[in-house]
Design a protein around this ligand. Structure first.
Ligand SMILES: Nc1ncnc2c1ncn2[C@@H]1O[C@H](COP(=O)(O)OP(=O)(O)OP(=O)(O)O)[C@@H](O)[C@H]1O
Length: 239
């Protein structure tokens, strides 16, 4: 029997600043698909994915990667197990070149692996190749997001978690970024996509979840959610 590849979150609880912000959520992120995580500001999306990546501790519940327990591991170990987080705000190391920004995310690969990784990122985002020797601080917001996504791609992850794909970016760039995620899913990478614009997310994803005040108000297919707009309206109005 082939191994079932998925992130399984079971009854996750997260506290921040002494306050419970995630109240026991359970969901699965399968390989080879894009799963959208939607919800109003403050609903708990970032807290959920930061806990998945080990950036903040879980106060309860379990996080599994294909049967291996992830909660309690340090972020670097979780990254090495194949979970790449693209954090909110397309942050880059501004005083380093585009190429070095990408290479720091591939330090544990061989020289040949790093070269192959760079070639792959440059094939997906040719504008980064043209700018490979420029300081990352000089890039546009969209190009910085490409670098942040490139750092995920170069690590050859099994899962990519993208916190706010489109925030502040022009539609043409967002389209390119979305295509890169579709490509990743087509290659078998599981993508968890947090996105403010529900239509954009549901256009890319096959599965969707709606979070409302630290709880999941919906999990199902994106088609189901599109067919029931009241669920989304309710979640955004409930805020
Ligand atoms: N560093 C923090 N310390 C304390 N509470 C926090 C912190 N960050 C977020 N929170 C609280 O946690 C709750 C969930 O916030 P979170 O950022 O996870 O939501 P979100 O759905 O990602 O929203 P946004 O889109 O605004 O980031 C909110 O009540 C928020 O005020």
């Amino acid at each position: 029997m082939s191994e079932r590849i998925a992130i399984d979150v079971d009854n996750l609880v997260v506290d921040r600043g002494g306050k419970r912000v995630i109240h026991g959520v359970s969901f699965t992120v399968p390989a080879g698909e894009i799963t959208a995580l939607l919800g109003a500001n403050g609903a708990g999306k970032s807290s959920t994915v930061m806990a998945l990546a080990g950036a903040i501790p879980a106060a309860g519940g379990d996080i599994w990667l294909s049967g291996m327990k992830l909660d309690g591991l340090v972020p670097d170990r979780i990254r090495r197990e194949g979970i790449a987080l693209v954090p909110e705000g397309h942050r880059v190391l501004g005083q380093m070149t585009v190429e070095d920004n990408l290479l720091v995310a591939a330090l544990d690969r061989t020289a040949a692996g790093r070269k192959a990784g760079l070639d792959r990122v440059f094939a997906i985002f040719p504008e980064l190749k043209e700018r490979r020797n420029q300081l990352a601080s000089n890039l546009s917001g969209g190009q910085k997001q490409m670098v942040a996504m490139g750092q995920a791609f170069i690590a050859r992850p099994r899962f990519m978690i993208v916190d706010e794909l489109s925030l502040g970016l022009a539609p043409a760039v967002v389209k390119r970024l979305g295509e890169a995620l579709t490509l990743a899913a087509g290659e078998g990478i599981g993508v968890l996509l947090i996105e403010q614009f529900a239509n954009l997310a549901l256009g890319l994803s096959s599965r969707a979840m709606v979070m409302e005040r630290g709880r999941l108000a919906f999990t199902g297919t994106s088609a189901e959610l599109k067919a029931n707009p009241g669920i989304l309206h309710g979640a955004y109005l409930a805020h």
